[in-house]
Design a binder for this molecule. Sequence first.
Ligand SMILES: Cc1cc2nc3c(=O)[nH]c(=O)nc-3n(C[C@H](O)[C@H](O)[C@H](O)COP(=O)(O)OP(=O)(O)OC[C@H]3O[C@@H](n4cnc5c(N)ncnc54)[C@H](O)[C@@H]3O)c2cc1C
Length: 289
Amino acid sequence: PLDGAVPTVPVHGVRSGIGDALDDWALLPTKPDWAGGLRDAWTPGEHGAHEQLEHFVEHALEDYDQRDEPAMAATSSLSPFLRWGEISPYQVWHRLHERLEPAQRQNAAAFLRQLAWREFNWNEYFHCDDIATVNVRRNFDAFPWREPSDDELDRWRQGLTGFDLVDAGMRELWHSGAMHNRVRLAAGSFLVKNLLVDWRVGEQWFWDTLVDADPANNAANWQWVAGSGFDAAPYFRVFNPDRQLERFDPHREYVHRWVPADELRPEPMVDLKASRLRALDAYEQMRRS
Ligand SMILES: Cc1cc2nc3c(=O)[nH]c(=O)nc-3n(C[C@H](O)[C@H](O)[C@H](O)COP(=O)(O)OP(=O)(O)OC[C@H]3O[C@@H](n4cnc5c(N)ncnc54)[C@H](O)[C@@H]3O)c2cc1C
């Protein structure tokens, strides 16, 4: 229902503290202009892409060593422009190469390594065009994923899991179509490992909501998180979203952009210790089968 301002699922006492930005948490388009958040965050087109590149090189590259902190605007935000062909990786590569002078060398090199991940994933996609649906490591076909309830999935999608970093990220995604890489890792790991939900469910949600949704990068990164991809994170390494928060957003600057400090928070939807053990157990089951 396009005019339905009433959420279809319980919102656990949550209220929006930051005005219009979060009025549509229930994932319903409550206003005709439901894409307003996307428009605020992005200037699509070739001109916007080049402005973004220049802004990054001149103002943010020097902070790129803090790229894992989601509160910092330390990354380039070039992924949607690259995804839609509004700038080419060659143009980005050459502009950054000019910055391989001593003062910026380390940050520029770290950035170019990230760009190389994109090329790696596209190369993988070229050779395996079914990476969004098929486990690269076929032994994962025997993985005992759980069938989540609709309520569980809604809580993850709406940012109501009770884990602040995950919730902030899922709300940022819904509002702006973006999510910081570190937070994608935490939200993805939470779905796949703590909720034991098949990575393809997460891949589809990101595919529907990310402005940089990319057939190679999205699928390959979800398989990386799940442990089923090329060169993937080992399944037994389970991110703890609370520790990730302490480490990468210790002052909750990022979290409070999306989860108001005075919000009445839902109870955590899983016990982190027990769900970690359940995930490790499922992995063992797969290995034995
Ligand atoms: C679960 C999950 C899903 C993801 N889905 C996508 C997706 O659909 N599209 C997408 O472009 N990226 C995806 N990524 C990778 C990464 O999160 C984004 O590329 C990055 O956050 C974009 O921000 P940026 O442009 O500021 O990155 P920067 O740090 O400035 O990096 C520069 C460029 O390098 C590339 N890059 C950076 N990190 C990665 C990576 N891990 N894998 C591949 N390329 C990378 C991107 O093109 C990016 O624009 C995903 C990551 C995870 C964990």
